[in-house]
Design a protein around this ligand. Structure first.
Ligand SMILES: C[C@](O)(CO)[C@H](O)COP(=O)(O)OP(=O)(O)OC[C@H]1O[C@@H](n2ccc(N)nc2=O)[C@H](O)[C@@H]1O
Ligand SMILES: Nc1ncnc2c1ncn2[C@@H]1O[C@H](COP(=O)(O)OP(=O)(O)OP(=O)(O)O)[C@@H](O)[C@H]1O
Length: 276
């Protein structure tokens, strides 16, 4: 039995540069990953099966085309054939929330397929399959701190700041990535700053925050709530929202922050974790 972690992705900075002819946008982003996320379990079986468990399984139960199954199909079509697999996805991350849940699951499935088919060496083929599944999937496949440009799928790794305490907060509103990009005002506000990852994060922006707030105004409340916490070193929305994150100087102030959010907003989801 294979267990693959599907950790949440963060966009520590996300600069949107240009709308392209193909409907996508050229962007520059600083990807980072945290220690927690969904968990995918894959076992050889008599027959194919797919089981959803976990706190956020419900929202996906009635959708036909889970990204995990699309990844399995894409792998079988483009890389290597597979035996029947029993797949279980423990869905712990909120759906359509800017932390790449579906992309992380698809990437974890590709990693599992590569282990089962023993095609691990064929990185380029796997990355091409990942890219066709979604702009975030190559970053999730690599799973390391990286700058992404193009659609966000052209990656160059850099040293991150692993161990930094993070609090993720989501107000329980699903936000469509497509709708948020469509609400972007078309103004190029400039490239990512240069420097190490910490500098890029600190001096960067998320250009999707304003359009995301126009789609889901509650995101403004999440940012305000995080801004009021003691000990934060950075507060920002991730991806196309609605999840926002705060980085903290230490785990004690993160715990105090999580407690304050939980008490003031009992309906919101939050996760205490660390950058990897
Ligand atoms: C916002 C980010 O999460 C930042 O990492 C990603 O760019 C989104 O990546 P993703 O969820 O894997 O996105 P996809 O599933 O490929 O695209 C969903 C939709 O988002 C829009 N989209 C996505 C990525 C991109 N660079 N430009 C876009 O305009 C397109 O309308 C697309 O149809
Ligand atoms: N395993 C999955 N997990 C989450 N969403 C899935 C999955 N499979 C299919 N989907 C569909 O994909 C959509 C986008 O989900 P996802 O969680 O990847 O978005 P996101 O959190 O906004 O990611 P990103 O940060 O890449 O924008 C969902 O609305 C859902 O309909």
């Amino acid at each position: 039995m294979i267990v693959e972690a599907a950790p949440a992705k963060l966009n520590l900075a996300l600069h949107v540069r240009r709308r392209r002819e193909d409907g996508y946008h050229d962007l520059e982003t600083l990807f980072a990953f945290v220690a927690d996320g969904d968990v995918l379990t894959v076992a050889l079986a008599e027959a194919e099966s797919f089981t959803l468990t976990g706190p956020f399984a419900g929202g996906l139960m009635h959708e036909g085309d889970n990204l995990v199954l699309r990844a399995r199909r894409a792998f079988a079509e483009s890389v290597a054939s597979l035996p029947p697999l029993a797949v279980t996805l423990d869905k712990r991350l909120p759906v359509a929330s800017g932390i790449g849940g579906g992309s992380a699951d698809a990437a974890a499935m590709l990693r599992a397929c590569a282990r089962i088919a023993r095609t691990g060496a064929d990185e380029a083929r796997l990355t091409a399959v990942a890219s066709a599944l979604g702009a975030d999937v190559p970053a999730c496949l690599a799973g390391v701190t990286a700058i992404g440009d193009g659609r966000g799928d052209r990656l160059s790794a850099l040293d991150g700041f692993a161990g930094t305490p993070v609090l993720l907060v989501n107000p329980g509103v699903a936000v469509s990535t497509r709708d948020v990009f469509a609400a972007w005002d078309g103004i190029d506000r400039g490239p990512l700053p240069t420097g190490d990852a910490a500098t890029i994060a600190r001096e960067g922006r998320n250009d999707l925050a304003v359009p995301a707030k126009s789609v889901a105004p509650v995101i403004g409340e999440v940012i305000d709530a995080l801004d009021q916490l003691a000990g934060t070193t950075l507060v920002r929305m991730s991806g196309s929202g609605a999840t926002c994150f705060a980085l903290f100087a230490d785990a004690a102030t993160r715990a105090a922050g999580a407690h304050a959010i939980g008490a003031a907003y009992p309906g919101w989801w939050y996760l205490e974790t660390v950058l990897t």
